[in-house]
Design a protein around this ligand. Structure first.
Ligand code: MN
Length: 207
């Protein structure tokens, strides 16, 4: 059977298409270097640790490897979600429609209130991390998750609907140290149709 590995997908738009909110240079480096590095590191764990060690029946550090896997695969998966919940500003931004809009109204009271809380979560991540909009099926509620690094504070089984990368590598070329300006810019390029689609898919899947 062919071995499956982590592979960085092409972006669903061009490297210039998120300008002026994310520059071509910033997006190119982020996608081709940073995202690729997580895929490469995750694949190295699969091939060099798991496969090689098990074939040779050699020990490896199970604890350290599980921790590293959580970081590298977390980074790989979050970037896949990030690229696809953005798009060119002439087709994206504004406010959501459909099921997503209904849930935001129900859980946050208004889109403005949601936007404020999500922005605060993103701006206040200590060091490197992400803001994520998630949906808990048990309580039928949207929650904002603040992820440190790629894997800390993640609540199991809360499905991610939308993410914003606030690692410095995501914005430093364009915004230097001013993370709040990047967070504000993000709202112009959110692909709400994609976020709504993720939500409807999750709501339709069996618990
Ligand atoms: Mn990143």
């Amino acid at each position: 059977m062919e071995k499956k590995l982590y592979k960085v997908p092409d972006l669903p738009y061009g490297y210039k298409d998120l300008e002026p909110y994310i520059s071509e240079e910033q997006l190119t480096i982020h996608h081709t270097k940073h995202h690729q590095a997580y895929a490469d590191a995750a694949n190295a764990i699969l091939e060099q640790k798991f496969d090689a060690a098990r074939e040779q029946d050699e020990d490896f550090d199970v604890k350290a490897t599980a921790k590293e896997l959580s970081f590298q695969v977390g980074g790989y998966n979050l970037h896949n979600l990030f690229w696809t919940n953005m798009g060119p500003a002439d087709e994206c931004g504004g406010e959501p429609n459909g099921t997503l809009a209904e849930y935001i109204e129900k859980d946050f009271g208004s889109f403005e209130r949601f936007k404020k809380e999500f922005s605060q979560a993103a701006i206040s991540v200590e060091g490197s991390g992400w803001a994520a909009l998630t949906l808990c099926r048990r309580t039928d509620r949207l929650f904002i998750m603040q992820i440190e690094k790629h894997n800390v504070n993640v609540i199991p089984n809360f499905r991610i609907m939308m993410v914003l990368d606030v690692w410095e590598h995501a914005y430093y070329l364009d915004y230097k140290n001013v993370r709040p300006d990047f967070v504000e810019a993000f709202w112009n390029i959110v692909n709400w149709d994609e976020v709504n689609k993720r939500m409807e898919t999750w709501l339709a899947s069996p618990l």
